[in-house]
Design a protein. Structure first.
Length: 162
């Protein structure tokens, strides 16, 4: 009988704080402002020189200016929404799989030196992974719906059977 994969999502209340920090780091307001300034600086010469070179050109310049800006805003908005999706953590037969809205990473049991479940961490228990090849390990919060003893037993079974 094949055992089911043990999965959980990082609690949204904690993940939301991390997502907001990531958004502020990746898309600071000053960078967005600079992009708008550069776009305007490129647009204005085109706006005034192109009609002189092509007098029969019929263009709605307001729409030509704002539609790309609106498109950039939508792309940035969707990227921000994706970052609010909490990671899904799964303990599989191959290892620990982390699925986020942006990517999926599998930490294979063969690449892991130690896995520790810290049930004393507050406000949520933590899954701590140390790798054979890397100095820096990873930490993932464990949802309160996952029994710690079941998780530890499942990880130990899978590591012994690899």
């Amino acid at each position: 009988m094949k055992k089911q994969t043990l999965s959980w999502s990082i609690p949204f209340a904690i993940h939301k704080q991390n997502a907001i920090q990531e958004i502020r780091r990746v898309f600071p307001a000053i960078v967005l402002f600079r992009i708008a300034i550069v776009y305007t600086a490129v647009f204005l010469p085109i706006r005034f020189l192109l009609p002189r070179w092509l007098p029969d050109l019929d263009v709605n310049w307001t729409q030509f200016y704002f539609v790309p800006m609106f498109g950039w805003g939508l792309v940035i908005g969707f990227l921000c929404l994706v970052s609010f999706i909490p990671p899904q953590i799964s303990v599989t037969a191959k290892g620990i799989m982390i699925q986020t809205g942006q990517r999926c990473v599998l930490h294979r049991f063969t690449d892991i030196a130690t896995i520790r479940v810290d049930g004393t961490a507050k406000p949520y228990a933590t899954l701590k992974i140390c790798f054979l090849e890397q100095q820096k390990g990873k930490e993932y919060l464990i949802a309160p719906t996952i029994p710690i003893n079941v998780l530890v037993t499942r990880i130990n079974e899978l590591r012994l059977n690899r």
